[in-house]
Design a protein around this ligand. Structure first.
Ligand SMILES: Nc1ncnc2c1ncn2[C@@H]1O[C@H](COP(=O)(O)OP(=O)(O)OP(=O)(O)O)[C@@H](O)[C@H]1O
Length: 252
């Protein structure tokens, strides 16, 4: 049973159907303080549907979601974001015509709940610029502040999405396939960034890149047909016959 004090996020017996299709079938999962927890599973296993329920984009049919010990099952997505649920989307959420700096500034302004006036208030702008620069540096983009997003490489955009999430002081970071579409060099540099961030932020990582998963995850949960069939460390996952058969494509 998950300890709500040690766990930043707890999913209790979540169910979700789309018509007759069972996408989430009694999922129990907890993300603990200080861990990177990876969620893996074959295509169509229900990973994105689960993350959409965590974020509040899809309402579960039954079950509960606790965030920081509070029941958030019926809260809308924007309130969950305000409570510190930071998400990096599979599809980019960046403003392509703005610079990296401006994107982080927008995120800072949104966190403060103020009006979006990054181009008008010079004094606040100076303070926020300094803060935004810190987040850009943290995400490995210290020298890219004035780069317009549309001119950035794919991997840099994913790093910028992380800087945008960090600027909101997340209590949990949700990453939905951050390595998708990356070459091996970009994946390696994002893996190094996440290695660094996971010491400070609990992270739920959905990822098909198993090298990254095995390098990063403290625990891994395997989702098959909407059900978590096993949760364990990388070596436990590798040794588990049912997981090897169901997911790693080997004979049990
Ligand atoms: N809005 C929807 N309406 C109907 N069926 C849906 C909807 N969203 C997802 N599904 C179905 O639910 C199942 C789980 O899909 P989901 O996208 O969550 O899987 P996934 O594990 O994220 O897959 P992938 O790894 O390919 O992204 C699939 O069979 C999918 O077709």
């Amino acid at each position: 049973m998950a300890d709500p004090l040690a766990s930043v996020l707890v999913l209790e017996n979540l169910h979700k159907k789309f018509g007759a299709l069972v996408a989430t079938n009694g999922v129990n999962l907890d993300i603990r303080q200080g861990e990177l927890h990876a969620l893996i599973g074959p295509n169509g296993a229900g990973k994105s549907t689960l993350i959409a329920q965590i974020c509040g984009e899809i309402r579960p049919d039954s079950g509960r979601i606790l965030f920081g010990g509070q029941d958030i099952t019926s809260l809308p997505a924007y309130q969950r974001a305000r409570m510190g649920m930071g998400r990096s989307f599979q599809l980019t959420q960046l403003c392509a015509d703005f610079t990296a700096m401006e994107n982080v500034l927008l995120s800072l302004e949104a966190k403060g709940g103020g009006s979006i006036d990054i181009f008008r208030n010079p004094r606040r702008n100076a303070v926020h610029r300094e803060m935004a620069q810190t987040w850009l540096e943290r995400a490995g983009l210290g020298d890219q502040a004035d780069r317009v997003v549309s001119n950035m490489a794919h991997g840099q955009r994913r790093q910028l999405e992380i800087a945008v999430a960090l600027a909101r002081h997340p209590r949990l970071i949700l990453l939905d396939e951050p390595m998708a579409g990356m070459g091996s060099e970009e994946s390696a540099s994002l893996t190094a960034l996440l290695q660094d961030l996971k010491r400070e932020y609990p992270i739920l990582l959905i990822e098909h890149d198993m090298d990254a998963v095995f390098a990063l995850a403290d625990r891994i949960s395997v989702l098959v047909y909407g059900k978590v069939i096993f949760t364990g460390t990388a070596s436990e996952i590798r040794a588990h016959p049912e997981v090897r058969a169901a997911y790693l494509g080997e004979e049990a």
